[in-house]
Ligand binder design. Structure first.
Ligand code: HSE
Length: 302
């Protein structure tokens, strides 16, 4: 009758995999509780850590919960609390964490009747309500854990990709606002075939590197020649951070989701710590507040 869960923050795109790849973090995310009540309906009774609407009709978690109870009516109600462990608008899948968490938590109270794929579909409704597009890259990573590939939207098909054991994420979240909607407006409408070939070859290389623990192949493939050039001007000092991170040993760096967070993948703790310090130093004198993240990849999902 009561459940407490941790729903992870996620890095969408992972450079070359725009709207198709995502990964889940271990140390950053939302903590949510779900309680069965006698009064039917969904109530969000408390949100801490961020200023977000309690009205379930316009809250990512609420939208998901309402859709699930509409699909599967029950004779009890559900109270939800959300503690946001990271800032909305960071590019780390804030709405996705709440939406995926709601899908998982409500499913448990309903007796675990929906599959992970169905939970992803419900969670996508939360993404649609909050950022205008029912994107699956963040929510699938939160639900399945590890790296996920959204192989197809219609029909929805999610592939879980293995995580090499030494892979760490170091990220910096500069406290500037980048709205997903705005970051999608700067995207190119068309892509030259030559660029598309480069990009999908890198997606293949990255996936292959993840399956075979080939860190060099991961490093070589972790690039984005289509979306990053169009968006990087939205993120202060992006090029400098990326350059310094790679010099300090990162396998690669890119924009997390639609930004402003810049993520890097690193092999091993020592390199990750070095990259962490290097990025921190790069931003220290920039007069922009920022948060640093060092995390393992969450391989199990919610
Ligand atoms: N793939 C999405 C984007 C993630 O980059 O716009 C943001 O939700």
């Amino acid at each position: 009758n009561y459940l407490k869960i941790f729903s992870p923050a996620t890095v969408a795109n992972v450079s070359c995999g725009f709207d198709a790849l995502g990964l889940a973090l271990e140390t950053v995310g939302d903590t949510m509780t779900f309680t069965k009540t006698a009064t039917k309906g969904v109530k969000i009774t408390q949100i801490t850590g961020a200023d977000l609407p309690l009205d379930p009709q316009i809250n990512a978690a609420g939208v998901v919960a309402l859709a699930m109870l509409e699909k599967h009516p029950v004779d009890f109600g559900i109270d939800i609390t959300i503690h946001k462990g990271f800032t909305p608008g960071s590019g780390l899948g804030s709405s996705a964490a709440s939406a995926a968490g709601a899908a998982f938590g409500i499913n448990q109270l309903l007796g675990n009747i929906f599959s992970p794929l169905e939970l992803t579909q419900f969670a996508m409704l939360g993404e649609e309500a909050t950022c205008g597009t029912p994107i699956a890259d963040n929510v699938s990573a939160a639900i399945y854990g590890g790296f996920t590939l959204v192989r197809s939207y219609e029909p929805l098909s999610i592939v879980k990709i293995p995580v090499p054991a030494d892979l760490k994420v170091v990220a910096i979240h500069p406290q500037v606002e980048v709205k997903t909607k705005d970051a999608r407006e700067v995207l190119p409408k068309e892509v030259p075939l030559k660029d598309a070939v480069t990009q999908w070859a890198n997606v293949g290389g990255l996936i292959s590197g993840l399956y075979t623990n080939d860190y060099q192949l991961i490093a070589d493939s972790l690039t984005d020649i289509i979306v990053e050039p169009a968006r990087k001007h939205l993120i202060p000092h992006f090029d400098e951070v990326k350059q310094q991170a790679i010099k300090a040993g990162a396998l690669g760096a890119g924009i997390s989701g639609s930004g402003p967070t810049i993520f890097t993948l690193c092999k091993g703790d020592a390199t990750a710590e070095n990259v962490y310090k290097t990025i921190q130093n790069t931003y220290q004198d920039k007069q922009i507040d920022f948060n640093m993240i060092l995390s393992k990849i969450n391989t199990k999902g919610i």
